[in-house]
Write a protein that binds this ligand. Structure first.
Ligand SMILES: Cc1ncc(COP(=O)(O)O)c(C=O)c1O
Length: 385
């Protein structure tokens, strides 16, 4: 496609009028298998774990969103964790991963409680200047990071880290769930693999669980497609259809998430009951300059601490009417999460404390509601603490 904007791309990559009927939208190919004219003579579709047209459009759409100017390949999965665990199956036993220290709890759980059983070891690092090389081992094969991270919204310099990794021959994986391809395209910064929990911004309506992986590297894609079929954690055609439907509004949704989050940060920054405010758009954020370099805007996620520690956080969450307390993020509705007891409870307590996931920390996923209503709700909840 020629150079086009994010909104145009979102609308057009997710539609492929049906050749048989002219149906404007991709049909839901709800089938497990395909008729063959003769043994082995078919239209390219044999069995739906291996190929499905509705799924194929999701894969090409997300690949194009992540890499509009250079050919890229997508592989989709039944969840973000299915996508993440499938990537790790490319590693041989005895491999070593260097991972950012505040990864999503489920990713850390996979690394520490499952991959370790198969002889794949992980070293966690803050990935600051000079840190990465110190973690390197002879058997290091992969550098794994999120940016912005979940839930502390740390911003890692994808270009710099990719350069270090490539000098050492490691594959760089970036979980781009928090930014979405509307705000950040890690493959353009040098990453080899991008992974998403499409459950979040890409599907965006809190009504499905999904995952996707994108790479520009044909060899990596071949391995991923082999593993997708061999391990079998594929998404349903219905979820693929819903994902396509969501992609059409991804650009405008993300703009609105960012608008609301930026306005909310401004208000929160002046509120006496907010004792810690984390948002990459703040000039005081330690990753602000890197965010300016690699992100288009700063996203819809904010983390805060309020007065009163964990008790204060509980009161705040209970008092809010529009921000429901729930796991997940990136949906049209605003949500509050308590990482300490919810999403990040799987991380050992000392590590949570060491990296700053405190009992008083609250993560806000700012939705697309009217800002005035969101602020009224938050202001009222802060009053009640
Ligand atoms: C950054 C990030 N990556 C991956 C996942 C896992 O995705 P899923 O819940 O779709 O398996 C999550 C889930 O919260 C996440 O926040």
């Amino acid at each position: 496609m020629d150079k086009i904007g994010n909104s145009t791309r979102s609308v057009h990559v997710s539609a492929d009028p049906d050749k048989n009927t002219g149906s404007v939208q991709m049909p839901i190919y709800q089938t497990s298998t395909y008729v063959q004219e003769d043994f082995g003579i078919h239209k390219g579709y044999e069995y739906a774990r291996t190929h499905n047209p509705t799924r194929a459009l999701v894969e090409s759409a997300i690949a194009e969103l992540e890499s509009p100017d250079t050919a890229a390949y997508g592989t989709s999965f039944a969840s973000g964790m299915a996508a993440i665990s499938t990537i790790t199956q490319m590693l041989e036993a005895g491999s070593h991963i260097i991972a950012a220290s505040d990864l999503y709890g489920g990713t850390a759980r996979l690394f520490d409680q499952i991959l370790n059983k198969f002889g794949v070891e992980t070293t966690y690092s803050q990935l600051k200047e000079g840190d990465v090389e110190k973690c390197a081992k002879e058997n290091t094969k992969m550098l794994w990071l999120e940016s912005p991270t979940n839930p502390l919204l740390e911003v890692h310099d994808i270009e710099k880290l990719s350069n270090i990794a490539h000098k050492n021959g490691w594959v760089v994986v970036v979980d781009n769930t928090f930014a979405s391809p509307m705000l950040q395209r890690p493959l353009e910064q040098g990453a080899d693999i991008v992974v998403h929990s499409t459950t979040k911004y890409i599907a965006g309506h809190s009504d499905l669980i999904g995952g996707c992986v994108v790479t520009r590297d044909e060899e990596l894609d071949k391995q991923l497609k082999f593993l997708q079929n061999a391990l079998g954690a594929v998404p349903s055609p219905m979820d693929c259809f819903l994902t396509l439907r969501s992609i059409r509004t991804l650009a405008i949704r993300v703009e609105r998430h960012c608008d609301n989050a930026e306005k909310l940060v401004e208000k929160l920054s002046q509120h006496p009951k907010v004792t810690r405010l984390i948002y990459p758009g703040l000039k005081t954020h330690n990753g602000h300059d890197i965010a300016n370099k690699q992100m288009r805007r700063y996203g819809g996620m904010i983390s805060i601490e309020v007065v009163g520690g964990e008790r204060g956080a509980r009161k705040f969450a209970a008092a809010s009417k529009l921000f429901a307390t729930a796991e997940s993020l990136g949906g049209v509705e605003s949500l509050i999460n308590h990482p300490w007891s919810m999403t990040h409870a799987a991380i050992p307590q000392e590590r949570r404390e060491e990296i700053g996931i405190t009992p008083g920390l609250v993560r806000l996923s700012v939705g697309i509601e009217d800002f005035e209503d969101l602020w009224k709700d938050i202001e009222n909840a802060l009053k009640i603490i």
